[in-house]
Design a protein. Structure first.
Length: 450
């Protein structure tokens, strides 16, 4: 007689989870050390399959390829990868059954498609904007910068104080927060200025100066009509993610190794220089308020209300923050997919907060910088100059000297990354076949076939 075994509920759940998850997802982290050795080529070879990957970690690979392309001054490939990464960031409901992009009921947080934390999503569109700015597509750059700003806007809920609680109420107050990346704000101002929109330029200049008052003189220099040189210098390492709180369900950060930019020169002229962004600060705050303190306040108030017999709609360990989008011109609205999916995303996050207690997702774009500095000035167009960047880490000199740097007519944007072993040399320029004067990004499959 044949004995037939009927699987129990646990077995069926395991089978269903396996069917949903499919094959084991690839993690794109094995070749990261190549980046810190200034060996972008090894990263490209290790991660190039990410362009065609449809798994949950595809964005991690595409972002690392973007970092590598920037390090190689391969602007055309970098723009294609930035477009691909932006698309992956903004699509929250995939074409597969269920809302797996928003929540996985059968796996942990790490099994969901990686979208990145807000500061990581901001960096995708910041890079896209810089690449477009570099080829003097200021309209396209502005769209990307504004899209990046939208990823740093949103709202969170905090339980009300005990004396304000009411029976039958959700007993929670909603707080809205705006973007607070001064670098994005001043780059938007410059784009508006170059597009002959002075009122908008002034508005963004005021916002940047309010967000980071110490850099107001630098921002004024950038908006000087005579300024034609803009240098972006990245330094340090991205904040490190870690699991904290009960069951490791809360996401925390540790400050990554820092580096300092002491000065930037083009030719014989020292440029106005200042550090405009700190990614650890951006990762650990919303609207200028520390997330850890907000989570502590949330937990304390919820405990007080529950002890008094009141209910609150704010549940779970994690602070719920969701991008709220913003008002933009129709011809600059390039990120609507993410906004259209917002309602489904918020609903799914609420379900996650109420129903499951996943371990915090510590996957990250590890090749991001810790700090971003801006240097601005003037140079005579039509020649070549030396670009000198003085920088230092905790124990080593990170200075770079680049020779034969071309100064073209119009705005000149240069990007560099302070890394051990990256000392400069002859300034590498994109090949002619990497330049697309029509502003159209190549298909990402072109990268995969090279």
């Amino acid at each position: 007689m044949t004995c037939r075994h009927s699987p129990g509920h646990g077995a069926w759940i395991s089978l269903l989870a396996a069917a949903i998850s499919g094959c084991a997802a690839r993690y794109y982290d094995t070749a990261d050390d190549g980046y810190w050795r200034n060996d972008a080529g090894s990263m490209v070879e290790a991660y190039r399959s990410a362009v065609d990957d449809t798994g949950p970690n595809a964005l991690l690979g595409v972002e690392r390829l973007l970092s590598a392309a920037l390090l190689q001054n391969d602007w055309r490939t970098a723009e294609a990868l930035a477009v691909r990464a932006s698309t992956l960031c903004n699509i929250f409901v995939a074409d597969e059954g269920g809302e797996r992009d928003a929540i996985s009921f059968f796996g942990q947080e790490k099994d969901k498609p990686f979208k990145g934390e807000p500061h990581e999503r901001v960096m995708v569109d910041l890079y896209l904007g810089l690449l477009r700015f570099q080829k003097q597509d200021f309209e396209g750059a502005l769209s990307a910068f504004r899209s990046a700003m939208n990823k740093d806007r949103g709202s969170y809920w905090i339980p009300v104080e005990r004396h304000l609680a009411k029976r039958g109420s959700d007993n929670a107050d909603r707080y809205l927060f705006e973007d607070d990346w001064p670098l994005l704000q001043i780059l938007c101002a410059k784009c508006h200025q170059l597009l002959d929109e002075p009122e908008e330029a002034r508005k963004y200049f005021e916002r940047a100066s309010t967000t980071l008052p110490v850099m107001k003189p630098l921002f004024e220099d950038l908006l000087d009509p005579e300024t034609n040189v803009l240098v972006i210098v990245e330094s340090g390492r991205a904040p490190l993610k870690r699991k904290t709180g009960p069951h490791g369900a809360e996401l925390g950060y540790v400050q990554g190794p820092r580096a300092t930019v002491d000065g930037v020169w083009l030719g014989e002229s020292e440029l106005s220089t200042g550090t405009c962004e700190d990614l650890h600060y951006q990762a650990t705050t919303v609207g200028g308020r520390e997330v850890d303190k907000l989570n502590q306040l949330k937990a304390e108030r919820r405990e007080v209300l529950q002890a008094a017999g009141f209910t609150t709609a704010v549940a779970g360990y994690m602070l719920l923050a969701a991008g709220s989008g913003g008002h933009r011109r129709a011809d600059r609205n390039i990120q609507m997919a993410g906004l259209f999916a917002l309602a489904a995303g918020i609903a799914a996050m609420i379900i996650a907060d109420l129903v499951i207690d996943p371990s915090a997702d510590v996957r990250s774009w590890a090749t991001l910088p810790g700090q971003i500095s801006l240097a601005v000035g003037r140079a005579m167009p039509g020649g070549r100059a030396r670009l000198l960047v003085r920088g230092r880490g905790d124990v080593q000199d990170l200075s770079q000297e680049w020779l034969d740097v071309p100064v073209e007519k119009g705005m000149n944007l240069y990007w560099t990354r302070l890394l051990p072993g990256r000392k400069g040399g002859s300034w590498e320029q994109p090949r002619e076949d990497q330049v697309d004067g029509h502003g159209k990004a190549p298909n990402e499959n072109e990268f995969n076939s090279n």
